[in-house]
Design a protein around this ligand. Structure first.
Ligand code: NAD
Length: 345
């Protein structure tokens, strides 16, 4: 297939692009190259004849119309978004603009192109979303595909809104849409503002490792390469109009996860004292969701996908990758906001 991937220069998008090319698909990567992008994530595939990069903004309707007409994709994998909850607390406007208006603009361009093609049933518009749209769980229970939406941050509210738009374009215009809602990803090329790279890079710099609140918040973690595989599975086997929850079946409290990373660093880059001594509890994030957990039975039973990497193994691979690739993260240290505490009320 020829896939139009948006946000392919980001963390998950670049994993999807690498994975899709390896599976033999052609990829058109549409990315506006915001602060969170990193084209070097694609250095190994950038010269392949089956790969094209389009530097464009999903909010630009003329650019989107041109790209659809010029490349004639068989499917869209839409990942472009503002993705950092803390930044959504400081600057919600750009989240609404990119995630809501951007998704609307992309949907309109996709719909016009699809109708021009004679509305093929085989076309797919797959929106890549988050489990955060479902809000926060108590100690028990799991998010299913029918859990009511209850987003708590400007980020998750903007993703919930974009999910609703995608659903409506499917119901009203017949566009063959898919939505997937995934838990926290981690792995190589994770941008240095997110929890796991913050822990690794703070530890290596001998700086305090910040943990929000008491570190009691629980997240489900999925290795990014497993997410890329899941997304291509949903795209190629999923039923249009349906949504699929994706997760790693690997819940952990933040504080326990941070200790796991410190223990790996103690083993792989030993120092006189344990890195865990750098752990420092800081003011909590406003509206911090207590727990996310995913019921993955639908994607497992209907599409035959399940995660292949355990949290223990994925963390080992991730820590090893950061230790082996300092040039990648050192080049990002002067990006706007890196190393600063963001997202206070
Ligand atoms: P990211 O922030 O690493 O990458 C986002 C990419 O989108 C960047 O390359 C950026 O340049 C691009 N982009 C932003 N605004 C754009 C615009 N207006 N036009 C074109 N490109 C634009 O994000 P990520 O962590 O890779 O997440 C990708 C998607 O997956 C997002 O939609 C996010 O909501 C979703 N998601 C993320 C996670 C996670 O744990 N990171 C979990 C579930 C779902």
């Amino acid at each position: 297939m020829k896939l139009l991937v948006t946000g392919g220069a980001g963390f998950i998008g670049s994993a999807v692009v690498r994975h899709a090319l390896a599976q033999g698909h052609a990829v058109v990567n549409v990315d506006a190259l915001t602060y969170a992008s990193c084209l070097s994530n694609l250095a190994k595939v950038a010269t392949l004849p089956s790969y094209v990069f389009e530097h464009a903004d999903i909010r630009d309707d003329a650019a989107m119309a041109r790209i659809f007409a010029e490349h004639a994709p068989d499917a869209v994998l839409h990942l472009a978004a503002e993705s950092h909850v803390d930044r959504s607390i400081d600057s919600p406007g750009v989240f609404i603009d990119t995630n809501v208006r951007g998704t609307y603009t992309l949907l309109q361009a996709a719909r016009a192109y699809w109708q021009d093609q004679g509305s093929p049933e085989t076309f797919r518009f797959h929106h890549v979303s988050t489990d955060e749209v479902f809000g926060s769980l108590g100690a028990e229970g799991l998010f299913t595909e029918t859990t009511p939406y209850a987003p708590n941050s400007p980020y998750s509210a903007s993703k919930a809104a974009s999910d609703h738009l995608v659903r409506a374009w499917g119901e009203t215009f017949g566009l063959p849409v898919l939505i997937s809602n995934c838990s926290n990803n981690y792995g190589p090329y994770h941008f240095p503002e997110k929890l796991i790279p913050v822990v690794i890079l703070s530890a290596l710099a001998d700086k305090p490792i910040p943990v929000y609140g008491a570190g009691a918040n629980v997240r489900d973690w999925l290795y990014v390469e497993d997410h890329a595989e899941a997304l291509l599975t949903v795209l190629t086997k999923g039923v249009a109009g349906r949504s699929y929850n994706i997760g790693g079946n690997a819940e952990a409290r933040n504080i326990d996860l941070v200790h796991q990373v410190c223990t790996l660093l103690d083993e792989l880059r030993p120092k006189e004292r344990s890195y865990a001594e750098l752990i420092t509890f800081v003011e909590d994030r406003p509206g911090h969701d207590a727990r996310y957990a995913i019921d993955t039975r639908r994607i497992q039973k209907e599409l035959g996908w399940q995660p292949s990497v355990t949290l223990e193994e994925g963390l080992r691979r991730t820590v090893t990758w950061y230790l082996d690739n300092p040039a990648w993260w050192q080049a990002l240290q002067n990006r706007d906001g890196i190393g600063k505490r963001l997202g206070r009320r």
